[in-house]
Design a binder for this molecule. Structure first.
Ligand code: ADP
Length: 166
């Protein structure tokens, strides 16, 4: 059985992520979405909130997708899950440098696990969680970028935090 892990912060999960999740699920028998704590990014949503959001959104997809949190080296997480593949989405040149370096170093840490890069649908490629949050803070429309319930969550959080800008 081929197991793949798709790690990320998912703050919040976007239509770009969802597309990579759908594509990844076709390549492996079991897909484990790993939600990182990533305190360094000071996320808008807590780990539990992000886990719940991703779980809710993947619930409608095929079975065989698990959503778990992790706070360890990616390679240790992959080993623990019995994964032979790490899936990552690749957007434009901006992602390349970071992903290239990370995949290269991960290869040196554990050469039994391969990193596979997938491209999202062309229309979804520019989507980034960071920009979704920024657009929402300026009162912009985010419905094209995130699933409907996630859009509601982001709007509610922006309102609750009082971080709407003019
Ligand atoms: P990280 O904090 O690891 O960058 P993210 O949640 O931002 O986590 O992204 C997780 C993965 O999904 C990364 O591989 C990222 O490149 C990919 N990704 C995010 N948005 C898109 C998108 N619009 N198209 C393709 N890949 C994407």
């Amino acid at each position: 059985m081929r197991v793949g892990v798709y790690p990320g912060t998912f703050d919040p999960v976007t239509l770009g992520h969802m597309d990579i999740i759908r594509r990844s699920a076709k390549l492996v028998d079991r897909l484990v979405i790993g939600v990182t704590t990533n305190v360094s990014k000071s996320p808008m949503f807590s780990l539990d909130e992000r886990l719940a959001m991703v779980r809710r959104e993947v619930a409608e997809l095929d079975a065989g997708i698990a959503v778990v949190s992790f706070d360890s080296l990616l390679m240790d997480f992959a080993e623990r899950e019995g994964a032979s593949v790490i899936l990552r989405g690749l957007r434009a040149v901006a992602d390349f440098e970071y992903e290239y370096q990370m995949a290269g170093m991960n290869q040196q840490i554990n050469d039994r696990v391969e990193t596979v890069f997938l491209m999202a649908d062309v229309a979804l490629q520019p989507i980034a969680s960071r920009l979704v949050k920024e657009i929402a803070m300026y009162g912009g429309e985010i419905a094209k970028f995130v699933p409907p319930r996630v859009a509601d969550d982001v709007r509610a959080r922006v309102a609750a935090l009082g971080i709407k800008k003019q």
